[in-house]
Design a protein around this ligand. Sequence first.
Ligand SMILES: Cc1cc2nc3c(=O)[nH]c(=O)nc-3n(C[C@H](O)[C@H](O)[C@H](O)COP(=O)(O)O)c2cc1C
Length: 272
Amino acid sequence: MKKVVAFVGSARNRLTHGAVRLFLERLQEQGAVDWEIVGLGECNLGTCRGCKLCFEKGEEFCPLKDDRDALIAKMEAADGVVFATPNYMFQVSALMKIFIDRLGFCGHRPRFFGKTFTSIVGQGIFGGGKIVKYLDFVGACLGFNVVRGSCVTACEPMTEGEARGIETTIARHARRFHKGLQRPAFPVPSLLMLMGFRLGRTKMKIELDMHNRDFRHYAEKGWFESDYFYSVRLGLVRKLVGSLFDRVAARASRNRQADACVAAQGFRGRHI
Ligand SMILES: Cc1cc2nc3c(=O)[nH]c(=O)nc-3n(C[C@H](O)[C@H](O)[C@H](O)COP(=O)(O)O)c2cc1C
Protein backbone atom coordinates (compact mmCIF):
# COMPACT_ATOMS: atom_id res chain seq x y z
CA MET A 1 0.00 0.00 0.00
CA LYS A 2 1.32 3.46 -0.92
CA LYS A 3 1.85 5.97 1.88
CA VAL A 4 1.07 9.65 1.30
CA VAL A 5 1.76 12.51 3.70
CA ALA A 6 0.30 16.00 3.18
CA PHE A 7 1.75 19.11 4.87
CA VAL A 8 -0.80 21.91 5.15
CA GLY A 9 0.31 25.50 5.68
CA SER A 10 -3.02 26.89 6.90
CA ALA A 11 -3.81 27.38 10.58
CA ARG A 12 -7.55 27.12 9.74
CA ASN A 13 -9.51 24.00 8.96
CA ARG A 14 -11.22 25.50 5.87
CA LEU A 15 -10.49 25.63 2.15
CA THR A 16 -6.93 24.28 1.97
CA HIS A 17 -7.46 21.52 4.54
CA GLY A 18 -10.78 20.66 2.85
CA ALA A 19 -9.15 20.44 -0.59
CA VAL A 20 -6.40 18.20 0.79
CA ARG A 21 -8.90 15.86 2.46
CA LEU A 22 -10.93 15.65 -0.75
CA PHE A 23 -7.75 14.97 -2.71
CA LEU A 24 -6.76 12.11 -0.41
CA GLU A 25 -10.28 10.64 -0.50
CA ARG A 26 -10.32 10.74 -4.30
CA LEU A 27 -6.83 9.22 -4.32
CA GLN A 28 -8.04 6.42 -2.07
CA GLU A 29 -10.79 5.64 -4.61
CA GLN A 30 -8.05 4.95 -7.19
CA GLY A 31 -6.43 2.32 -4.97
CA ALA A 32 -5.56 1.66 -1.34
CA VAL A 33 -3.55 4.52 0.13
CA ASP A 34 -2.45 5.06 3.69
CA TRP A 35 -2.42 8.80 4.36
CA GLU A 36 -1.66 11.38 7.00
CA ILE A 37 -2.31 15.12 7.14
CA VAL A 38 0.22 17.24 9.03
CA GLY A 39 -1.02 20.73 9.97
CA LEU A 40 2.08 22.93 10.04
CA GLY A 41 0.26 25.25 12.45
CA GLU A 42 0.49 22.50 15.07
CA CYS A 43 4.19 21.86 14.52
CA ASN A 44 7.08 23.48 16.30
CA LEU A 45 9.17 25.04 13.52
CA GLY A 46 11.71 27.79 14.08
CA THR A 47 12.39 30.60 11.61
CA CYS A 48 15.68 30.09 9.73
CA ARG A 49 18.27 32.68 10.83
CA GLY A 50 20.43 32.26 7.75
CA CYS A 51 23.63 31.11 9.51
CA LYS A 52 24.14 28.52 6.73
CA LEU A 53 25.68 26.04 9.18
CA CYS A 54 23.45 23.36 7.61
CA PHE A 55 24.97 24.04 4.18
CA GLU A 56 28.56 24.40 5.31
CA LYS A 57 28.97 22.06 8.32
CA GLY A 58 25.85 19.89 8.34
CA GLU A 59 22.18 20.05 9.31
CA GLU A 60 22.94 18.60 12.74
CA PHE A 61 24.67 21.90 13.59
CA CYS A 62 21.46 23.93 13.14
CA PRO A 63 20.92 26.07 16.27
CA LEU A 64 17.14 25.61 16.01
CA LYS A 65 15.81 22.63 17.92
CA ASP A 66 12.37 21.95 16.51
CA ASP A 67 10.26 19.40 14.60
CA ARG A 68 12.31 19.64 11.37
CA ASP A 69 13.82 16.15 11.56
CA ALA A 70 10.52 14.50 12.59
CA LEU A 71 8.82 16.06 9.55
CA ILE A 72 11.65 14.97 7.26
CA ALA A 73 11.32 11.43 8.67
CA LYS A 74 7.63 11.47 7.66
CA MET A 75 8.64 12.34 4.09
CA GLU A 76 11.35 9.67 4.09
CA ALA A 77 8.74 7.08 5.13
CA ALA A 78 6.23 8.11 2.44
CA ASP A 79 5.87 7.23 -1.26
CA GLY A 80 3.99 10.44 -1.97
CA VAL A 81 4.21 13.94 -0.49
CA VAL A 82 1.82 16.91 -0.81
CA PHE A 83 2.63 20.52 0.08
CA ALA A 84 -0.60 22.52 0.45
CA THR A 85 -0.91 26.21 1.24
CA PRO A 86 -3.38 29.07 1.11
CA ASN A 87 -2.53 31.96 -1.20
CA TYR A 88 -1.45 34.84 1.03
CA MET A 89 -0.58 37.97 -0.93
CA PHE A 90 0.26 35.93 -4.04
CA GLN A 91 2.65 33.64 -2.18
CA VAL A 92 2.68 30.63 0.12
CA SER A 93 1.63 31.26 3.73
CA ALA A 94 4.31 32.07 6.30
CA LEU A 95 3.74 28.63 7.87
CA MET A 96 4.59 26.94 4.57
CA LYS A 97 7.57 29.21 3.87
CA ILE A 98 9.07 28.57 7.29
CA PHE A 99 8.74 24.84 6.62
CA ILE A 100 10.36 25.15 3.17
CA ASP A 101 13.24 27.22 4.58
CA ARG A 102 13.87 24.50 7.18
CA LEU A 103 14.38 22.13 4.22
CA GLY A 104 16.90 24.49 2.57
CA PHE A 105 19.83 22.12 3.05
CA CYS A 106 17.88 19.39 1.22
CA GLY A 107 17.83 21.78 -1.75
CA HIS A 108 21.65 21.68 -1.67
CA ARG A 109 21.76 17.95 -0.97
CA PRO A 110 18.58 16.52 -2.51
CA ARG A 111 17.41 13.26 -0.93
CA PHE A 112 13.79 12.47 -1.81
CA PHE A 113 14.53 10.52 -4.99
CA GLY A 114 12.02 7.88 -6.04
CA LYS A 115 9.13 9.67 -4.26
CA THR A 116 6.24 11.50 -5.87
CA PHE A 117 5.37 15.09 -5.02
CA THR A 118 2.51 17.45 -5.74
CA SER A 119 1.05 20.73 -4.49
CA ILE A 120 -2.36 22.20 -3.69
CA VAL A 121 -3.12 25.91 -3.32
CA GLY A 122 -6.36 27.29 -1.85
CA GLN A 123 -7.31 30.89 -2.59
CA GLY A 124 -10.11 33.43 -2.50
CA ILE A 125 -9.62 35.18 -5.82
CA PHE A 126 -6.48 34.77 -7.95
CA GLY A 127 -2.69 34.44 -8.20
CA GLY A 128 -2.41 30.81 -7.07
CA GLY A 129 -1.20 29.40 -10.41
CA LYS A 130 2.26 30.88 -9.82
CA ILE A 131 2.32 29.47 -6.28
CA VAL A 132 1.62 25.98 -7.65
CA LYS A 133 4.56 26.42 -10.05
CA TYR A 134 6.77 27.60 -7.19
CA LEU A 135 5.87 24.65 -4.96
CA ASP A 136 6.35 22.17 -7.81
CA PHE A 137 9.78 23.66 -8.46
CA VAL A 138 10.65 23.34 -4.76
CA GLY A 139 9.58 19.67 -4.92
CA ALA A 140 11.90 19.07 -7.91
CA CYS A 141 14.82 20.78 -6.09
CA LEU A 142 14.31 18.46 -3.13
CA GLY A 143 14.68 15.45 -5.46
CA PHE A 144 11.03 14.40 -5.83
CA ASN A 145 9.33 13.27 -9.04
CA VAL A 146 6.79 16.06 -9.46
CA VAL A 147 3.18 15.71 -10.59
CA ARG A 148 1.71 19.11 -11.57
CA GLY A 149 -0.24 20.58 -8.67
CA SER A 150 -3.59 22.37 -8.64
CA CYS A 151 -5.20 25.54 -7.36
CA VAL A 152 -8.75 25.76 -5.99
CA THR A 153 -10.70 29.00 -5.66
CA ALA A 154 -13.64 29.87 -3.43
CA CYS A 155 -14.86 32.79 -1.35
CA GLU A 156 -16.70 32.46 1.95
CA PRO A 157 -19.39 31.24 2.05
CA MET A 158 -18.63 28.86 -0.82
CA THR A 159 -21.17 28.72 -3.67
CA GLU A 160 -22.38 25.47 -5.23
CA GLY A 161 -20.58 26.40 -8.45
CA GLU A 162 -17.30 26.88 -6.59
CA ALA A 163 -17.77 23.56 -4.79
CA ARG A 164 -18.36 21.79 -8.12
CA GLY A 165 -15.26 23.46 -9.60
CA ILE A 166 -13.13 22.30 -6.68
CA GLU A 167 -14.52 18.76 -6.93
CA THR A 168 -13.64 18.58 -10.66
CA THR A 169 -10.14 20.05 -10.23
CA ILE A 170 -9.25 17.85 -7.28
CA ALA A 171 -10.66 14.64 -8.81
CA ARG A 172 -8.54 15.24 -11.92
CA HIS A 173 -5.51 16.06 -9.79
CA ALA A 174 -5.94 12.87 -7.73
CA ARG A 175 -6.05 10.77 -10.92
CA ARG A 176 -2.87 12.50 -12.15
CA PHE A 177 -1.11 11.88 -8.84
CA HIS A 178 -2.23 8.24 -8.73
CA LYS A 179 -0.66 7.70 -12.17
CA GLY A 180 2.49 9.45 -10.93
CA LEU A 181 2.73 7.06 -7.98
CA GLN A 182 2.70 4.10 -10.40
CA ARG A 183 5.41 5.49 -12.73
CA PRO A 184 9.09 4.34 -12.57
CA ALA A 185 10.66 5.73 -9.40
CA PHE A 186 13.93 6.72 -11.08
CA PRO A 187 13.06 8.26 -14.44
CA VAL A 188 15.43 9.70 -17.05
CA PRO A 189 15.81 13.36 -15.98
CA SER A 190 14.41 16.21 -18.07
CA LEU A 191 17.00 18.47 -19.70
CA LEU A 192 16.19 21.11 -17.09
CA MET A 193 16.86 18.73 -14.19
CA LEU A 194 20.02 17.46 -15.88
CA MET A 195 21.18 21.05 -16.32
CA GLY A 196 20.52 21.82 -12.63
CA PHE A 197 22.54 18.79 -11.55
CA ARG A 198 25.51 19.35 -13.88
CA LEU A 199 25.80 23.11 -13.30
CA GLY A 200 25.50 22.69 -9.53
CA ARG A 201 27.96 19.82 -9.13
CA THR A 202 30.61 21.34 -11.40
CA LYS A 203 30.42 24.70 -9.62
CA MET A 204 30.72 22.91 -6.28
CA LYS A 205 33.67 20.77 -7.44
CA ILE A 206 35.65 23.85 -8.48
CA GLU A 207 34.63 26.36 -5.83
CA LEU A 208 34.37 24.23 -2.66
CA ASP A 209 36.58 21.70 -0.87
CA MET A 210 36.46 18.95 1.78
CA HIS A 211 35.84 21.54 4.55
CA ASN A 212 32.36 22.04 3.13
CA ARG A 213 29.52 19.59 3.89
CA ASP A 214 27.90 19.94 0.46
CA PHE A 215 31.25 19.05 -1.16
CA ARG A 216 31.79 16.00 1.10
CA HIS A 217 28.22 14.83 0.44
CA TYR A 218 28.69 15.04 -3.33
CA ALA A 219 32.07 13.28 -3.06
CA GLU A 220 30.64 10.48 -0.88
CA LYS A 221 27.70 9.95 -3.24
CA GLY A 222 30.02 9.91 -6.29
CA TRP A 223 28.04 12.82 -7.76
CA PHE A 224 31.15 14.60 -9.07
CA GLU A 225 31.63 11.78 -11.58
CA SER A 226 28.12 10.36 -12.07
CA ASP A 227 25.75 11.14 -14.97
CA TYR A 228 22.99 12.17 -12.57
CA PHE A 229 21.94 11.99 -8.91
CA TYR A 230 20.93 8.35 -9.32
CA SER A 231 21.91 5.58 -11.65
CA VAL A 232 20.10 6.08 -14.94
CA ARG A 233 20.82 5.42 -18.62
CA LEU A 234 21.20 8.70 -20.50
CA GLY A 235 20.74 8.70 -24.28
CA LEU A 236 23.34 10.22 -26.60
CA VAL A 237 21.70 13.66 -26.65
CA ARG A 238 21.59 13.92 -22.85
CA LYS A 239 25.18 12.67 -22.59
CA LEU A 240 26.39 15.35 -25.00
CA VAL A 241 24.24 18.13 -23.54
CA GLY A 242 25.26 17.05 -20.02
CA SER A 243 28.98 17.41 -20.75
CA LEU A 244 28.30 20.77 -22.39
CA PHE A 245 26.63 21.93 -19.16
CA ASP A 246 29.70 20.72 -17.21
CA ARG A 247 32.03 22.72 -19.47
CA VAL A 248 29.90 25.87 -19.29
CA ALA A 249 29.75 25.64 -15.48
CA ALA A 250 33.51 25.00 -15.20
CA ARG A 251 34.32 28.06 -17.28
CA ALA A 252 31.85 30.26 -15.32
CA SER A 253 33.29 29.07 -11.99
CA ARG A 254 36.91 29.70 -13.02
CA ASN A 255 36.01 33.19 -14.27
CA ARG A 256 34.13 33.80 -11.04
CA GLN A 257 37.11 32.75 -8.95
CA ALA A 258 39.43 35.07 -10.90
CA ASP A 259 36.93 37.98 -10.58
CA ALA A 260 36.44 37.30 -6.85
CA CYS A 261 40.24 37.51 -6.31
CA VAL A 262 40.45 40.86 -8.10
CA ALA A 263 37.38 42.20 -6.26
CA ALA A 264 38.77 41.10 -2.88
CA GLN A 265 42.07 42.92 -3.57
CA GLY A 266 40.21 46.07 -4.65
CA PHE A 267 37.92 45.89 -1.62
CA ARG A 268 40.85 45.59 0.78
CA GLY A 269 42.63 48.45 -1.02
CA ARG A 270 39.66 50.77 -0.54
CA HIS A 271 39.24 50.02 3.14
CA ILE A 272 42.75 49.91 4.52
C1 LIG B 1 -3.18 37.58 4.70
C2 LIG B 1 -4.03 37.04 3.59
C3 LIG B 1 -3.67 37.30 2.29
C4 LIG B 1 -4.44 36.81 1.23
N1 LIG B 1 -4.04 37.04 -0.05
C5 LIG B 1 -4.75 36.51 -1.08
C6 LIG B 1 -4.32 36.69 -2.43
O1 LIG B 1 -3.30 37.31 -2.71
N2 LIG B 1 -5.06 36.13 -3.42
C7 LIG B 1 -6.19 35.41 -3.16
O2 LIG B 1 -6.81 34.93 -4.09
N3 LIG B 1 -6.62 35.21 -1.88
C8 LIG B 1 -5.92 35.75 -0.85
N4 LIG B 1 -6.34 35.54 0.45
C9 LIG B 1 -7.54 34.73 0.70
C10 LIG B 1 -7.15 33.30 1.06
O3 LIG B 1 -6.37 32.72 0.06
C11 LIG B 1 -8.43 32.50 1.26
O4 LIG B 1 -9.14 33.04 2.37
C12 LIG B 1 -8.20 31.04 1.51
O5 LIG B 1 -9.43 30.42 1.66
C13 LIG B 1 -7.40 30.79 2.76
O6 LIG B 1 -7.21 29.41 2.92
P1 LIG B 1 -7.83 28.62 4.17
O7 LIG B 1 -9.34 28.71 4.02
O8 LIG B 1 -7.32 27.25 4.03
O9 LIG B 1 -7.35 29.31 5.40
C14 LIG B 1 -5.60 36.04 1.50
C15 LIG B 1 -5.97 35.80 2.85
C16 LIG B 1 -5.18 36.28 3.87
C17 LIG B 1 -5.57 35.97 5.27
